[in-house]
Write a protein that binds this ligand. Structure first.
Ligand SMILES: NC(=O)c1ccc[n+]([C@@H]2O[C@H](COP(=O)([O-])OP(=O)(O)OC[C@H]3O[C@@H](n4cnc5c(N)ncnc54)[C@H](OP(=O)(O)O)[C@@H]3O)[C@@H](O)[C@H]2O)c1
Length: 146
């Protein structure tokens, strides 16, 4: 049976510069896997998490920029978008992967549990949409939110 390898896309000419993807929750787990998958396919990636720069699941690359921050803070989304535009010149897609899941019945949630859930899973997703405005301000940018 033939092995399945990721398609190797080549964006490295003037007409097809590499696309840039923002991945939230990039420090570990699914997010780190998404980062590696995009890098393997020739994309630039900006990865963010509270401990993104300390991640043991990511290797350094000229095509990878890491930035720490709480995704539930509006300023984090702004800084991430600014880094993407400054370092790679575009934002073509955002993978809003950062999230938390509490393993207990919701009837046992504390006020702090609920605050953390709303901050990370809801506000974090919505704040990242602000990157759309910044990307569009850069002109000729395609933009997708996953
Ligand atoms: N694994 C599953 O079976 C499963 C099933 C359904 C849905 N999901 C969802 O898929 C996503 C990834 O799952 P996973 O299993 O890879 O989770 P994980 O291993 O717990 O990773 C979560 C990622 O989100 C980041 N994160 C958490 N809170 C954050 C915050 N306030 N600000 C910024 N980054 C934050 C974490 O980094 P830092 O700690 O460094 O901030 C980490 O990189 C999550 O949204 C999860 O809810 C997972």
């Amino acid at each position: 049976m033939p092995s399945r390898k990721p398609a190797q896309l080549h964006f490295n000419d003037m007409n097809n510069p590499p696309k840039t993807v923002i991945v939230t929750g990039a420090s570990q787990g699914i997010g780190a896997g998404i980062v590696r998958a995009f890098l393997a396919r020739g994309y630039n990636v900006v990865g963010t998490a509270r401990n993104a720069t300390k991640s043991r699941e990511l290797s350094t690359s000229d095509h990878l920029a890491l930035i720490d921050g709480d995704i539930g803070q509006f300023e984090t989304a702004q800084k991430v978008a600014e880094l993407a535009l400054k370092k790679f010149g575009s934002i073509d897609a955002v993978v809003a992967n950062a999230g938390i899941f509490l393993v207990k019945p919701f009837t046992e949630y504390t006020a702090e549990d609920f605050r953390a859930l709303v901050s990370t899973n809801l506000a974090g997703f919505i704040y990242n949409r602000t990157t759309r405005g910044q990307a569009n301000a850069g002109a000729k940018k395609r933009w997708k939110h996953c």
